[in-house]
Design a binder for this molecule. Structure first.
Ligand SMILES: [Zn+2]
Length: 260
């Protein structure tokens, strides 16, 4: 018996079977029926992480054993993966917060715990991307910069893109201060639609809505932007939440183009 491992998926990204994708859960049942936690973060230890990665890949029906990732720095750099290579998610060697590629059968991934994990897919050009969009990355428009990277490198049109948002912290759970809101005021014309003012200089920031705004402004049709509706903090039993519990672990958002 193998692990009972149920990644969260989005129907819109799975349609057509051209893309394999998943957002990893916090816990799985192992082969002995024991509930255990998965952790893809740097602190998990190389051996445990390798085992968890293999379980995850098998659960997604992927036969390989490696995943390409970047060292995430809450910035706005998009890595264009044009040659097959292996790099452990969360460790680099490339510093970036998004990866886009045209290479089939090569899983790419980002790690999150509250930050919004995003997966992009263009069925016309058959290219994909994964994006780590936390507060800083979102304020820097990491999603629209990833959409621009797909356009500039592969001729991808925003009108054809499917955007999938995985589990992340919801607007009701994410209270921030004035300094955190300032870059959104400066960088987003419609920021007031997804920032709620609270007493004592506090604000509620909806990162899902902010990323939706960023994608729409970049030209992605609203009906092609999807989300799981799952909050990492509201559903802390199912996902890690950095805000709620500190650095307990990281989840992996993974995408892989199928051959076609
Ligand atoms: Zn929530």
């Amino acid at each position: 018996m193998t692990d009972r491992f149920r990644p969260v998926t989005l129907g819109a990204l799975a349609a057509g079977a051209s893309l394999v994708h998943g957002f990893s859960p916090r816990r799985i049942l192992d082969e002995k029926g024991q509930c255990r936690e998965l952790d893809f973060g740097r602190d998990a230890g190389a051996r445990a992480r390798k085992g968890d990665t293999l379980s995850y890949l098998r659960a997604l029906g992927i036969s390989g054993d490696s995943v390409f990732g970047v060292r995430q720095v809450h910035g706005d750099k998009v890595h264009v993966l044009k040659q097959a290579g292996v790099s452990i998610p969360g460790e680099g060697p490339v510093e970036a917060d998004a990866v886009v590629t045209h290479l089939p059968n090569l899983p790419i991934a980002v790690l999150t715990a509250d930050c919004i994990p995003l997966i992009l897919y263009d069925p016309r050009c058959h290219v994909t991307g994964v994006v780590h969009a936390g507060r800083l990355g979102t304020s820097l428009h990491i999603l629209s910069k990833s959409i621009a990277a797909l356009r500039d490198n592969y001729g991808s049109r925003p009108a054809d893109l499917i955007v999938g948002m995985g589990p992340g912290i919801c607007g009701a759970c994410y209270e921030v201060d004035e300094a955190a809101i300032e870059p959104f005021r400066a960088g987003y014309a419609r920021w007031e639609q997804w920032v709620e003012t609270r007493p004592a200089g506090k604000y509620l920031l909806d990162l899902f809505a902010a990323n939706r705004d960023d994608a729409e402004q970049a030209g992605v049709p609203p009906l092609q932007i999807h989300q799981t509706g799952l909050c990492t903090s509201c559903h802390n039993d199912r996902f890690y939440s950095y805000r709620k519990e500190g650095a307990r672990g990281r989840m992996m958002a993974l995408a892989m183009l199928a051959s076609r």
